[in-house]
Ligand binder design. Structure first.
Ligand SMILES: NC(=O)c1ccc[n+]([C@@H]2O[C@H](COP(=O)([O-])OP(=O)(O)OC[C@H]3O[C@@H](n4cnc5c(N)ncnc54)[C@H](OP(=O)(O)O)[C@@H]3O)[C@@H](O)[C@H]2O)c1
Length: 233
């Protein structure tokens, strides 16, 4: 059955999601950009009438208010915007209060989520060998606003959760049109071990977000993408 999608943040990601939406049985019925939605003012019962799910890929500054308003308006949402995670506890509360459904990820690529699990496993192994020091590095296109990327911060967090308690030196570059490369390395006097994920295009993010949108339609609760990976089709 075809469902109705709203795109909040109609930039590079929003437009790609619109192009791929029919493959996931979605029809795009509403689009919002900064000009039509300053401070979330464009989101209302009227502009979201009949919408089953919204996908939010806007800016770090705009996302918290957009997500909060979508919850208050009863619209289930997939959030891909990065750089707003300090608001996560408040947003979780707003979603619980509104009894809506939300899936968020700093990175909606299935491959990156599997890479995260690989890095966590490696971090647990290297934690026991103090001669290895770790670094994390990422590079993205020059229009990306936040640095380090949400994904790199998440990778460092996963390493720490996995038991790697030593510092991880993080760095970023911004140049050209690069879709996104993340690298985690371990180095000792004897050798270097490098784990790297390279996105070929933005399509993997858009497809993951659309899979999450299919999944969250009609559900309640607050989910990180990695928690639902095994249930996607
Ligand atoms: N999770 C993932 O897998 C993933 C993957 C790629 C990107 N991202 C993140 O997704 C976000 C968007 O990326 P992008 O490359 O699509 O950026 P982009 O091309 O710069 O597009 C951003 C869009 O947000 C709009 N916007 C600004 N304020 C808004 C508001 N108040 N309400 C609604 N829309 C608003 C902009 O409209 P105006 O032009 O009118 O300002 C523009 O259409 C970034 O945070 C990026 O880091 C996440």
């Amino acid at each position: 059955m075809t469902q109705n999608l709203a795109i909040v943040g109609y930039g590079k990601m929003g437009k790609l999601i619109e192009r791929l939406a029919p493959e996931y049985d979605f029809e795009v019925k509403a689009r919002f950009v900064g000009g039509t939605n300053a401070n979330g003012q464009g989101l209302s019962h009227q502009t979201l009438r009949g919408i089953d799910v919204a996908v939010e890929f806007s800016t770090p500054a705009a996302a918290p208010e957009n997500i909060r308003r979508l919850a208050v308006l009863g619209v289930n949402t997939v959030v891909g915007t990065t750089g707003w995670l300090e608001h996560l506890p408040a947003i979780r509360e707003a979603v619980a209060h509104a009894k809506t459904g939300l899936v968020w990820a700093t990175n909606f690529s299935v491959g990156v989520n599997l890479f995260m699990q690989t890095v966590a496993y490696a971090a647990a192994l290297f934690a026991k060998h103090v001669e290895y020091e770790a670094w994390g590095w990422e590079i993205h296109h020059s229009a990306k606003k936040d640095a380090p990327s949400g994904t790199l911060k998440k990778l460092a967090e996963e390493m720490s959760t996995a038991g790697y308690a030593r510092p991880v030196s993080l760095s970023s570059n911004r140049a050209g049109a690069i879709a996104g490369t993340h690298e985690i390395g371990f180095d000792s006097v004897a050798d270097t071990i490098t784990l790297r994920h390279t996105a070929r295009s933005r399509e993997g993010f858009a497809r993951g977000a659309l899979q999450a949108a299919r999944w969250v339609a009609g559900k309640k609760g607050f989910f990180e993408f990695k928690e639902i990976l095994g249930e996607l089709n």
